[in-house]
Design a protein around this ligand. Sequence first.
Ligand code: GLN
Length: 199
Amino acid sequence: MRIGVIAIQGAVSEHVNALERALSERGESIEIVTIKHSGIVPECDALVLPGGESTTLGSLLVREGIADEIKEAAARGMPIMGTCAGLILLAKEGDSQVEKTHQNLLSLMDVRVNRNAFGRQRESFEAELDVSVLDSPYNAVFIRAPAIVKFEDDVKVLSKIDEFVVAAEQGNVLALAFHPELTNDLRLHQYFLDRVFGR
Ligand code: GLN
């Protein structure tokens, strides 16, 4: 078994670290690989798309030939978790800012995103979230966070702030608008690993 973390740009080492801690909590030790070029995604069993700058990330994924590999892997049912900018990339549709810049999206979830949904005043903040798959509140760190503002019926909403969806899943794809790798609470990494290990 092998989990890949896209390492083109952004919060990579934090995700690797959180995955390692979450795996050790479960008593599992499987390989975690960082991905900077094509050829590795097809050999992974799960994938994490970290936060960063979604415009840069999106175009580098296409340029490196990784974008198509991710789409193929997703179609085969590989569990994928996207956080923050990663959530933007998972979307099918973006706001006017995304459209204007012709940002490359992977189109793996039937959702529309607002790229900087919480505006300038709230560049970064923490919020206590009710997450439907967790049995107590989750303290989430948001940094220039996006949000899902529209979604199709088979998208399951896991958490919202007002009208903004900040955690959701559709089939094998899990999207979080915040940064689970920046807190010590590993429950959402564990939730993702439950899918990877099929339990
Ligand atoms: N708002 C950023 C973007 O559009 C994402 C921020 C993040 O990943 N922390 O790419």
